[in-house]
Every structure is written in structure tokens, then in C-alpha cells.
Write a new protein. Structure first.
Lengths: 416, 165
């Protein structure tokens, strides 16, 4: 019988054919944990489960990204404890301060590959769907169990198909498609299900990650882009099959897609940017596992080239990974951003969860390229967060109010 | 008697415990018990009593994978959470910690602050005005994990995961 990508991957991991609705135990290929939850995972692993070692030190990756570099004595102490534990366990895949956010890093390092089952201590672990892996987020206890045993259990998800048709217009990008899907599906539209994103094979791996990370914002367990056109080898059993069953199909016409904006305080509170009205901002924040990639910095730089950020606006750029920063340094993107007046932060999560590096004050408004605009997410619960693409972020930085990229188009500077 | 705490729809994990109050950020991790709903409903942590019930709208617990959100609720003794739909990671974390979550829509059927009695065995709520609300029975594997007191005791007891033959 034809299977969805999730069914194919979980069948292989379970060692037998499985289909949506079944509860199955599977082998996991990779376990990811980050600094924020590693201390509690380590405690559950040793103290509650009584395990002495992780099941396979080659297949556990530890990333220090959530508060990197450390912001307080507490976080520094806990990071030191995690490093000691990593050494004692013989774990080789430690990605320390400055290497970047777990999700792009594991893809860049070739650890996340097509057809794998990857569990991470982070809800945006759906990100690994950008290379056709079944990536999913779990909490402390589940990750401790997976790290101890190499296994976990799942209810095999139904699949919601988002099919994109056509090509983006200038100034419109993967983020707009992701926000449009959230607008149509709503925050709970794919709860307990997986999302497959079809019709996007023209996107780069990190642009696919934008879609894969936004999948959790509609409640999804996994968000998978069919692994076509990748440099990585794709197992021959992994491909979209005619006749696979989708619980729901949503079609999005890219040719007519407008820049989207998600207004406070829920991700699915999305409208066309044109319908928003004038919203002045204090901060433009470009970063995160959703839109802090090289492609995103380059898209912003194309709009900012030769111009300056508006007076009174702080533009913070926090690259998603060291590799993204390196690419931006090599081709002049970084110089363009700096010349425009942007501030560059250490690759990592930055202020995405409101812990350091640009936390918002009461009353402040932030145009954010991230994935959550929940009240209090980036600092004060009295701040307001709008989510949009890097193109909208750059246009907004130039004017000081949330701006359609077309409004700042100028043939001399901008070839979108 | 348990007290009912009513919450709206789409309560996210940043509302349950903001990331800034994570154990990772605290000097004393036991302080987490002071922070459930610290910004969203500041009267909660100081007044909730062991066994109290959260009755919420759709999509409870959406957002991050932070287990310290349900952990904070367990620390103050929340006896059950009832919502028409739970976000999957929250549901799983709560299950793992042994907090009973019932998928049922009780919005409009109970008042905030109402005194009720929860009969976990039978999945029933007896209200102070003499009504009995029947909760849908959860699947057998969930009941087994609750009965064991969470996924770690379950795994230690059976040596396997739910759904494993
Ligand atoms: S960038 Fe934000 S959403 Fe992505 S992993 Fe870090 S904290 Fe989570």
C-alpha cells in the first residue's frame, strides 16, 4: 500500500510496515539535546532511569545554542557541567558556543540525513524535515529515555499535505508560504499529524528548513519536504508515492502570494502585509532556525545595500550558524549589513526565547524573522512581536515601520 | 474537593512558564513552583491547591518542548488537565510526568473557582451543584502509563515502551 513519507520512515525504523494511527516503538538514528535542557536530561538519565551511559555516544549530539555565550553564572555553570558530562560519556558531537543553532548545525555537519528518525529536546526539531528526515521535538524525559535506549514510541501520524504551485514573486519567500499555511491551517491544524510540503523542490535546504520549522506552529509532529535535488544521498525507498493518504490537502498559489505578516500574539494571526496598516517598530531582529540562514542575510542585504537603517531603529542580526556567518563574510553580505548599521550577534538562538542578546522592553515593537510571537516570548509580556520574512525585515529596518518590500524597491539598489 | 481553574484556548508553553523562568536560568530550581502562569495568571501559583483541575480551551500547551511547563504544574499539585485538544509535545510530557490529561470539551460547563470532585478511576467529575460530568475514557496504553506514575516508572516496570509487543 502507498505510504506517506512519515509512514515510510517510521516503517523502516520499526522494522515492519506501519500506517497512520498505530502506536509503534522505533529505533532512533540521532538524539539531539541543547544546553537549556541537557542538565535536566542528564539528571533523568542517571538518577531516574539509572542508566550509566548513553546508548551510542556517536549518535547523541549536544549543542550549546540557547544561551550562548553564557549570560549568567548559573548558565555558565550548567554549560560547564554539560561539557564535563559530554567528555565522560565519550560523546564526539559537541557543538559549543558560536557554532550555531542545533538544527542548521546538524544538517551542515551531515548528521541529519534523509530517511532518519531524529528526536531533539526542542520543539523545532521538525527542522530536520528539510533533508527528508522525520524530526520531532520531545521533552526532558522522552529525550533521556531515547538517549539511554536508542528507542522511543510514536503514534504514527496522519499527514497534512501542503502543496505549493508556481513560483514566488519578487520580495516573497519561504517564510510567506509558511505563514500562509499557518493562516489556513491555524495553530492546531496539524496537531498529532505530520505536514508534507510539496512543490518546493526549487528551494535550498535552509529555505526548506524555514518551512520545516514552521510546521510545529500548526501543531505538527514532523514537517517533511520530499528530499529531491539534495546533495546528500537519498535512500531509494524514500519517495513520494502515488496513492499515499493525506488527511487534508491545502493548496497555495505562489504566483499570487503576497508578503504575509503574523501579528501579536499568536503565530496563526496572519494577514497580507498590505492589509496591516502602519505599525512603527523599535527593533528589527533577523535570526533563528527559521530565518537566520545565509540565504536570509543575503536577501536582507540585497535590500539594504547602500542604505542605512532608519534612525531610532535597532537592527540585530544573529546568524543561525557559524557556517552561515562565514558565507556572509565571504561574499560581502556581512559588510553590507554592517554598513547599513546592523549589529551582528553570536550565531545561536539569540533573543528568540527572551533570555539574552536583545530582550525587549515593555511597550517595544519588534519585527522578527523567527517563528513565535507569543506574549513574553522575547522578553517583556508588554512587548509586541510581528513575524515576517527577511525581505520584510530589511524593508522595515529602512523605514522604521512594517514595510512591504516593494515600497523600498529602487532599481539602483535592488534587483529582487 | 478540588478547585477548577478555567483557561482559554491556545494556552502556549510561554504562558505556562516563560523561557526566562526555566530551571536553567534559576539559582534554585525548586523556585520553579512559583512560576506556573506567572505572567498569564499571576494569582495561580500562590492559590492553587494539590488536586486542583485545569479546564482549558482548544490546543492547550502549544509551543515549545519545555517539560518544565508541566513539571511546574506537577510541583504545585495540579490533579488533572482537561481540554478539547492538547498540543502533542505537552500531552506527552504531561503523560510522562504522570499528570492525567483528558481530551474533553468542558468549556462553559464549569465555572472558574467552582468546587468539584474528580473521580480519576471512573473518569467522572462531580460538581458542587450536583451534576456529574463523564470524561471520555483514555486509550488503554495511556491509562497504563498513568497507573505506573509516568513513563520512567512504566519503562522500569515493564522494560518496554507503550506499543511494543
Ligand atoms: S532559534 Fe528560537 S526557535 Fe530556533 S531552536 Fe533556538 S530558541 Fe528554538
Amino acid at each position: 500500500m502507498a505510504q506517506t513519507l512519515s509512514e515510510q520512515i517510521l516503517s523502516r525504523a520499526a522494522g515492519r510496515p506501519v500506517s497512520a494511527g498505530e502506536v509503534v516503538t522505533v529505533n532512533v538514528d540521532l538524539v539531539m539535546m541543547h544546553d537549556s535542557l541537557s542538565p535536566s536530561i542528564i539528571r533523568v538519565l542517571h538518577e531516574e532511569l539509572g542508566a550509566e551511559r548513553v546508548w551510542d555516544p556517536q549518535r547523541v549530539a549536544v549543542v550549546i545554542d540557547h544561551v550562548a555565550p553564557a549570560a549568567s553564572v548559573q548558565t555558565a555553570e550548567k554549560q560547564a557541567e554539560v561539557r564535563r558530562w559530554v567528555r565522560a560519556q565519550g560523546i564526539t558531537h559537541l557543538f559549543d558556543v558560536g557554532r550555531g543553532i542545533s538544527h542548521p548545525v546538524l544538517v551542515e555537519e551531515g548528521l541529519a540525513r534523509p530517511g532518519m528518525v531524529i528526536v531533539g529536546s526542542d520543539s523545532h526539531s521538525t527542522a530536520y524535515g528539510c533533508v527528508g528526515a522525520f524530526g520531532t521535538g520531545m521533552g526532558t524525559t522522552d529525550i533521556a529515555l531515547a538517549a539511554a535506549t536508542g528507542r522511543t514510541w510514536f503514534r504514527v501520524p496522519e499527514t497534512v499535505l501542503v502543496r505549493a504551485n508556481g513560483r514566488f514573486r519578487p520580495g516573497v519567500s519561504a517564510k510567506d508560504l509558511g505563514l500562509k499555511a499557518a493562516r489556513l491551517l491555524r495553530a492546531d491544524g496539524a496537531t498529532y499529524a505530520a505536514v508534507e510540503w510539496h512543490g518546493v523542490e526549487f528551494l535550498s535546504v535552509m529555505e526548506r528548513m524555514t518551512l520545516a520549522t514552521l510546521s510545529i506552529e500548526v501543531g505538527a509532529k514532523a514537517g517533511i519536504v520530499p528530499p529531491t535535488g539534495l546533495l546528500q544521498t537519498v535512500p531509494e525507498w524514500l519517495r513520494v508515492e502515488d496513492g499515499a493518504r493525506y488527511s487534508r490537502v491545502v493548496e497555495i498559489d505562489l504566483d499570487n502570494l503576497e508578503p504575509q505578516i503574523s501579528a501579536p500574539h499568536t503565530v496563526d494571526n496572519v494577514t497580507d502585509l498590505r492589509d496591516l496598516g502602519r505599525v512603527a517598530v523599535d527593533v528589527v531582529y533577523l535570526g533563528t532556525c527559521t530565518n537566520g540562514h545565509y540565504e536570509d542575510m543575503a536577501a536582507a542585504a540585497r535590500i539594504l545595500r547602500g542604505r542605512r537603517v532608519a534612525p531610532g531603529v535597532r537592527m540585530l542580526v544573529v546568524p543561525a550558524s557559524a557556517q552561515a556567518l562565514q558565507l556572509a563574510a565571504e561574499d560581502g553580505t556581512l559588510a553590507t549589513l554592517l554598513a547599513a548599521g546592523a549589529t551582528i550577534g553570536t550565531p545561536g538562538c539569540g533573543a528568540c526565547i527572551g533570555r539574552h542578546m536583545g530582550v525587549l522592553a515593555p511597550g517595544e515593537v519588534c519585527l522578527f524573522t523567527g517563528n513565535r510571537n507569543f506574549r513574553g516570548r522575547m522578553g517583556s509580556p508588554e512587548a509586541r512581536i510581528y513575524l515576517a520574512s527577511p525581505e520584510v525585515a530589511a524593508a522595515t529596518a529602512l523605514t522604521g515601520y512594517i514595510t512591504h518590500p516593494q515600497e523600498v524597491v529602487d532599481g539602483r539598489y535592488l534587483e529582487l | 474537593m478540588a478547585r477548577v481553574w478555567i483557561f482559554g484556548a491556545d494556552i502556549n508553553t510561554d504562558q505556562i512558564v516563560p523561557g526566562r523562568y526555566a530551571p536553567y536560568m534559576l539559582k534554585n530550581e525548586d523556585d520553579l513552583r512559583k512560576y506556573p502562569f506567572i505572567e498569564h495568571r499571576p494569582d495561580f501559583a500562590g492559590n492553587v491547591r494539590p488536586g486542583d483541575i485545569i479546564v482549558a480551551g482548544n490546543n492547550f500547551g502549544c509551543g515549545s518542548s519545555r517539560e518544565y511547563a508541566p513539571l511546574a504544574l506537577r510541583m504545585v499539585g495540579v490533579g488533572a488537565i482537561i481540554a478539547p485538544l492538547f498540543a502533542r509535545i505537552f500531552f506527552r510530557n504531561a503523560l510522562n510526568l504522570g499528570i492525567p490529561c483528558f481530551t474533553a470539551d468542558l468549556t462553559g460547563k464549569l465555572r472558574d473557582g467552582q468546587e468539584v470532585e474528580l473521580d480519576l478511576e471512573r473518569g467522572r467529575i462531580h460538581t458542587d451543584d450536583g451534576r456529574t460530568l463523564q470524561l471520555p475514557p483514555p486509550p488503554a496504553f495511556l491509562r497504563e502509563v498513568w497507573a505506573a506514575g509516568g513513563i520512567v516508572p512504566y519503562y522500569r516496570k515493564y522494560g518496554r515502551f507503550p506499543g511494543e509487543g
